[in-house]
Ligand binder design. Structure first.
Ligand SMILES: *Cc1c(COP(=O)(O)O)cnc(C)c1O
Length: 395
């Protein structure tokens, strides 16, 4: 029996030009974003301009993490303690965590079998909240026109969590450009790698002014290039608390060359994704997630559902796959281990029963497809999964 030897958490080394850029920054000793030589824009401001341009946003702020971007976004639109914020029942813990960090209250919305937000449940709960923190969890994008129609009709502001959709889009419009704010992560396991880091993007001059002040700008607004008119800061500079979460030049320096490669890497990820998909396509018992024609996705991870499998069967499948080197994450497992995507393990939010999502989450399996895997590796991985599922269907 074939065994896979690769590592599901191994990223590629950084490109040489990123390493060179990092060494240049280290040689200057100027790592803080506002520590600039006369006339020098600096790596962070330059990166902000480049990232804003890449998604067609007017403004971008680079920050310390994706989770920090989410909390800053909520603060920048004045979400208050005890206010309800709609969000997906299936997402990663930094999303409810960002809401909880400002003492607001997550109001969970069910997810569909395509792992996107359930628009019927959103409609049903829309009157209870003025903000939706929408997570494009695992890179699956819902029908964004329908979603925006619902949220606009109810006067709901949308913040997009694009941790898994950097480089993706819906109907030729980049992910992150539908809501009032887009939030991105450059943490190691996302689409750009600076260890930790993130971006907040918006077209709203007041929101970016507040976000810049929130991130800890020490009244050095004028050093930002991706910034609104000066008078925007006049209105908010004494009212906005400093909650430091800036990005530094070292991280920005290694991100700029990677951003240039993003589109090329999206093609590489999708080649791997489609390879796995083709092998699992007609396997009895496996439910694959449909990728709509309007969705431009980044296949950096792969999900499938085993809808008719019992708890013990999935448990045994996950363990057999692990023995053959294939690391599947199973969100249905009683105890969350190595992930934090089970809403009932977020004990800091009010208890909510999500019957539809439970069924879906309990049958969902997930794996990463890092670019260190070759297309042939992906073929081996998918074949192992296929064999393990088929063995259980026929037995
Ligand atoms: C990674 C991630 C984030 C942000 O994570 P950070 O580690 O704070 O950069 C937000 N949402 C989702 C769904 C994520 O996977």
């Amino acid at each position: 029996m074939e065994v896979f030897k690769g590592n599901f958490t191994q990223q590629e080394p950084l490109p040489q030009d990123a390493i060179d850029a990092a060494v240049n920054v280290l040689n200057t000793g100027r790592l803080h974003r506002y520590n600039l030589k006369e006339g020098d824009a600096g790596e962070v401001s330059s990166l902000e301009l480049e990232f804003a341009k890449s998604i067609g946003a007017d403004f971008c702020l680079a920050v310390a993490s994706g989770g920090y971007a989410l909390a800053t976004a909520l603060r920048a639109i004045d979400v208050k303690p005890a206010q309800k914020v709609l969000t997906n029942a299936f997402t990663l813990a930094p999303v409810p965590g960002a809401i909880a960090s400002i003492n607001a209250v997550p109001l969970l919305v069910e997810v569909t079998e395509n792992l996107t937000i359930d628009l019927d449940d959103l409609e049903a709960k829309a009157s209870q909240s003025k903000v939706l923190l929408l997570s494009h969890m695992r890179g699956h994008i819902c029908d964004m026109e329908k979603l925006m129609e619902i949220t606009n009709r109810h006067g709901i502001k949308v913040i997009e969590d694009c941790a898994h959709t950097m480089g993706a889009g819906w109907n030729d419009k980049p992910s992150g450009s539908y809501g009032v704010i887009g939030c991105f992560s450059t943490q190691t396991y996302k689409h750009l790698n600076s260890g930790e880091g993130g971006f907040l993007t918006t077209n709203d001059p007041l929101i970016i002014a507040k976000s810049i002040a929130l991130s800890g700008s020490y009244m050095m607004f004028d050093k930002h290039l991706s910034a609104p008119e000066k008078n925007m800061f006049e209105a908010i500079k004494y009212e906005t608390p400093n909650i430091s979460g800036r990005m530094d030049h070292l991280r920005a320096a290694i991100l700029r060359p990677q951003l240039k490669e993003l589109d090329k890497n999206v093609i590489r990820w999708n080649e791997r994704y489609r390879t796995v998909e083709a092998i699992l396509q007609d396997v009895e018992g496996i439910f694959l997630i449909e990728r709509p024609g309007k969705e431009r996705f980044v296949g950096s991870s792969f999900q499938f559902l085993l809808k008719d499998f019992a708890y013990l069967e999935i448990q045994s499948l996950v363990s057999s796959c692990r023995n053959r080197g294939v690391e599947l994450k199973w969100f249905g497992k009683d105890e969350p281990h190595g992930f934090t995507s089970k809403y009932d393990s977020w004990k800091y939010i009010p208890d909510q029963k999500m019957a539809k999502s439970d069924k879906i989450i309990n049958s969902t399996l997930d794996m990463r497809l890092p670019l260190t895997f070759s297309v042939e590796d992906c073929r081996v991985i998918a074949t192992i999964i296929r064999q393990e599922v088929e063995a259980r269907i026929t037995s």
